[in-house]
Ligand binder design. Structure first.
Ligand code: URP
Ligand code: ZN
Ligand code: ZN
Ligand code: ZN
Length: 486
């Protein structure tokens, strides 16, 4: 069985050209002119791009006393409907603290449900001998990135000493540490103060987590990564203070990567002032949405290359779940959705406005994530031999985002009523059409696969070589000739 995608304009992170793509089985067999296949997919008037990769999701995540409502099934269907063919989900250790068991638990949860491919990051939420040992097992199980929470005090947060030890272990294993950068001690103190002052609504969430707290933590994580001699990935970068820290580190030659979210690029902190409690609470996430000036900075970072990946941090909690925090903003489950909307919003607000080229759009939605997380060019590329994860992107289809037509399990949409331009005409996952515009597709749960990601040979080696060359050395001196008695 072969399929040919005809008449489209191929767009990758570095090129745009007209060609056909021949798919045999699950992979791209040939790219060229006048290719023939058993079946034809028409891409006339459309762009043919690598399927989106969202490297930051939380399906069915146990968190803040509840569990994220989005399942691997509804979440990956929403992904397919939005043109995304792979997610990287955050795996959290359970009660026993074992990260090996956590991976098994995630496999059990995801295996029969996923409609597109998945990978996992592992969260490091404490530090001990078992975690040190099992990090190697996790790498053998296909996990090459480890997230550290600098916030959520009393729950997921770890301290500097633990982070230093874990970053050094990451360096040893050639894997990538990631951080949620917010100063959790300052957040906890601000939360208590605001509650005591009688500010109990969702606006308190935003007041308790100012950009300075994020900038401080980003700087601290960068310093620790530098000392440990490892690259660093900073998730959900929301503000200029964190972006500034990343820019400075990169200018110094450090391999620090920054991930703004589509929410931060399109929504701002005025949402938390909305008089409708549900409206504001549905938008509570950490870090919170920021002011317009931060938004402009994030767009500039994507243009300048100081920020690399646009993700969603898709962590979907229902209205009922959000209402747990009716009287206390600190217990509103943190998280917002965006998996289905990411590409269309970035196209509409990025490419349609001229802020991004189509190639930059591809880089930010798939290629850069594939490179950073070491699955390139199997994913994130249009080259012979790559997985046929392909989105036929129709820049003419208009859609009104709404709870009435989204695939997510959520009972609301934070983009309700927004008009977007650009939708997947077809989404192909390893050669199979899993979504076709207007056809109410239902991709088969369980057809998705776990994609193991190997450790990084090149950056790890480059950094060790450089560290070895520049490490402190004792100065060889002549024997001391200080006169006796001095
Ligand atoms: O508010 C958020 N971001 N919820 C998901 C967990 C996290 O911090 O990434
Ligand atoms: Zn986070
Ligand atoms: Zn509203
Ligand atoms: Zn997250």
């Amino acid at each position: 069985m072969s399929t040919v995608i005809k008449n489209g304009t191929l767009v990758t992170a570095d090129r745009m050209w007209e060609a056909d793509i021949l798919i045999e089985g699950e992979t791209i067999a040939r790219i060229g002119a006048d290719l023939k296949g058993d079946e034809v997919i028409d891409a006339e008037g459309a762009y043919v791009i690598p399927g989106g990769i969202d490297p930051h999701t939380h399906m069915q995540m146990p968190f803040m006393g509840t569990e994220a409502a989005e399942t691997f099934e509804t979440g990956t269907r929403a992904a397919a409907a939005g043109g995304t063919t792979m997610i990287i989900d955050f795996c959290l250790p359970g009660e026993d603290g074992s990260i090996k068991n956590a991976i098994e638990t995630w496999h059990k949860k995801s295996r029969d449900q996923i409609c597109v491919d998945v990978g996992y990051h592992m969260a490091i939420t404490g530090w001990n001998e078992q975690i040190f040992t099992e990090m190697k097992d996790a790498v053998e199980m296909g996990v090459n990135s480890f997230k550290h929470f600098m916030a959520y005090k009393g729950a997921l947060m770890i301290d500097d000493e633990e982070m230093i030890a874990s970053f050094r272990r990451c360096k040893e294993l050639g894997v990538l540490p990631m951080v949620h950068a917010e100063n959790g001690d300052l957040v906890a103190e601000a939360q208590a103060r605001l509650l005591a002052e009688g500010i109990t609504g969702p606006e308190g969430h935003s007041y308790s987590r100012p950009p300075e707290f994020e900038g401080e933590a980003a700087n601290r994580a960068i310093t620790i990564a530098d000392a440990a001699g490892t690259p660093l990935y900073i998730v959900h970068v929301s503000c200029e203070q964190a972006h500034e820290a990343i820019r400075r580190a990169r200018q110094k030659g450090m391999r620090v990567y920054g991930e703004p979210l589509i929410q931060f690029l399109t929504l701002d902190d005025s949402e938390y002032q909305n008089a409708d409690w549900d409206h504001a609470a549905r938008r509570v996430m950490s870090p919170p949405f920021r002011g317009k000036e931060h938004q402009d900075g994030l767009w500039a970072g994507l243009q300048a290359g100081s920020l690399q990946v646009v993700a969603t941090d898709h962590a979907a909690f229902s209205t009922e779940q959000k209402r747990r925090g009716r009287d206390d903003f600190t217990i509103i489950p943190n998280g917002t959705h965006g998996l289905e909307e990411r590409l269309a919003l970035l196209w509409t607000h990025g490419v349609e406005t001229g802020r991004l080229t189509p190639q930059e759009f591809v880089a930010a939605t798939s290629t850069n994530a594939a490179k950073i997380f070491n699955i390139y060019p199997k994913k994130g590329a249009l080259v012979e031999g790559a997985d046929a994860d392909i989105t036929v992107w129709d820049p003419k289809i208009k859609r009104t985002l709404s709870v009435a037509n989204h695939q997510s399990i959520l009972d609301y949409n934070i983009y309700e009523g927004w008009e977007v331009t650009g939708q997947p005409r077809y989404t192909l996952s390893r050669g199979e059409v899993v979504w076709a515009w207007g056809q109410n597709s239902s991709p088969r749960p369980g057809r998705g696969r776990f994609v193991p990601r190997p450790p990084f040979a090149a950056p790890a080696k480059a950094l060790s070589t450089w560290k070895a060359l520049t490490s402190p050395r004792a100065v060889a001196r002549n024997p001391m000739n200080i006169p006796a008695g001095v």
